[in-house]
Design a protein around this ligand. Structure first.
Ligand code: NDP
Length: 334
């Protein structure tokens, strides 16, 4: 099991987690419980909020000493629940441990192992993919020919936003934190242009250079200086989908954003969103993504950390960008 040792307000370190063992009884008490073996666990930035102990968020904090919970892919090992049978692969809300009892099978969904690699259900076909889908289609309301800018463009969400946008006929530009990621964006993920924000001395000029027609739509994942730079380059009536502000998560507060005046003179709409407000669209999302996968129009880069022992390291690497694509923890392959 992986536990959070204590709340962390500054930079998160591996030593803030605890790896522990606990024997479980292979029996189910409640009539509807399900015992699952966890296969893949998803590392998600929102979990960082929960490690701060703050109660003013949309999701409660972890308790100190608690086994982490989050999205994953699991296999049913024992079931007292008629909706799940032994051997079913499920996308799950589970715990960071090898086996978990899921009370009443809550938030388990049977998945089709033939559709895509099982791990995709912790990313492209899971919460990250759904976030990309609703943020792009529902919040940004894209139109063919527009310029879209995406930050953290090669990450779990960003790499999908880029591909959805390319498929919808937009001009897609992204930023990411290394040359390897920039090559991935322009060579494999269909981005028209991309730059390494760490190497650009003037971010406003960089966005202007790579988006020669200005920015119509911005899929915001990082906040801070990048948000400022894109706001300065927005076109009239542009839209910003504020998905995340990862540059601010370790520090809790919010760096000043100086170009807010652009929202007025360019009549920009800035909309924060939570994927969980759109759950009614999940069937449409799965249909859309399945079609792209079957037509070979979607690729998904994943970075696997092997074994629960490596989960703390994987989570910290994800936060600082030392991984490529979606960060997944492989607990077991089958
Ligand atoms: P990623 O896979 O993109 O991982 C996070 C990446 O952010 C890092 O790998 C790093 O990549 C980049 N990053 C970290 N620090 C900074 C910084 N200071 N400045 C710029 N970039 C930084 O994560 P996800 O795709 O899972 O999540 C992306 C965003 O979407 C997050 O902000 C997350 O909180 C948000 N989110 C929101 C949801 C919602 O419902 N609103 C749901 C899911 C996610 P790099 O090398 O490029 O710097």
């Amino acid at each position: 099991q992986i536990k959070l040792k204590h709340y962390v307000l500054g930079k998160l370190e591996e030593s803030d987690f605890q790896i522990s063992s606990n024997e479980i009884t292979l029996e189910l008490n409640d009539n509807n419980d399900v015992l699952v073996k966890n296969l893949y666990l998803s590392c998600d930035p929102y979990m960082r909020h929960r490690m701060r102990g703050e109660t003013n968020s949309y999701i409660p904090p972890y308790q100190e000493g608690q086994v982490l919970d989050g999205y994953g892919v699991s296999k049913v090992v024992l079931s007292n629940n008629s909706s799940f049978k032994v051997g079913d692969c499920v996308s799950s809300w589970t715990r960071w441990e090898e086996y978990s009892v899921i009370p009443r099978g809550q938030r388990l969904k049977v998945i089709d192992p033939a559709l895509a690699p099982l791990s995709y259900h912790a990313g492209a076909l899971g919460m990250a993919g759904f976030t990309a889908y609703v943020g792009f289609f529902e919040v940004l309301k894209p139109k063919k020919g527009e310029t879209l800018f995406v930050s953290a463009a090669s990450g779990a969400v960003g790499q999908l936003v880029g591909q959805l946008a390319r498929d919808a006929g937009l001009y897609v530009v992204g930023s990411a934190g290394s040359q390897e990621k920039i090559d991935l964006l322009t060579n494999k993920l269909g981005y028209n242009a991309a730059f390494n924000y760490k190497e650009e001395p003037d971010l406003v000029a960089a966005v202007a250079k790579y988006c020669p027609q200005g920015v119509d739509k911005y899929f915001e994942n990082v906040g801070g200086k990048t948000l400022d730079a894109v706001l300065d380059n927005m076109n009239n009536f542009g839209r910003v989908a504020v998905c995340g502000l990862i540059s601010q998560y370790d520090q809790g507060g919010q760096d000043g954003v100086y170009n807010l005046k652009r929202i007025i003179n360019k009549r920009v709409t800035l909309q924060g969103f939570l994927q969980s407000d759109y759950l009614h669209l999940e069937p449409k999302f799965m249909d859309h993504m399945s079609k792209l996968i079957k037509a070979d129009k979607l690729v998904y880069f994943e970075d696997f950390a092997e074994g629960l022992d490596n989960a703390p390291n994987a989570f910290c690497r994800m936060m600082i960008g030392s991984k490529i694509g979606k960060q997944v923890i492989t607990v077991a392959k089958d």
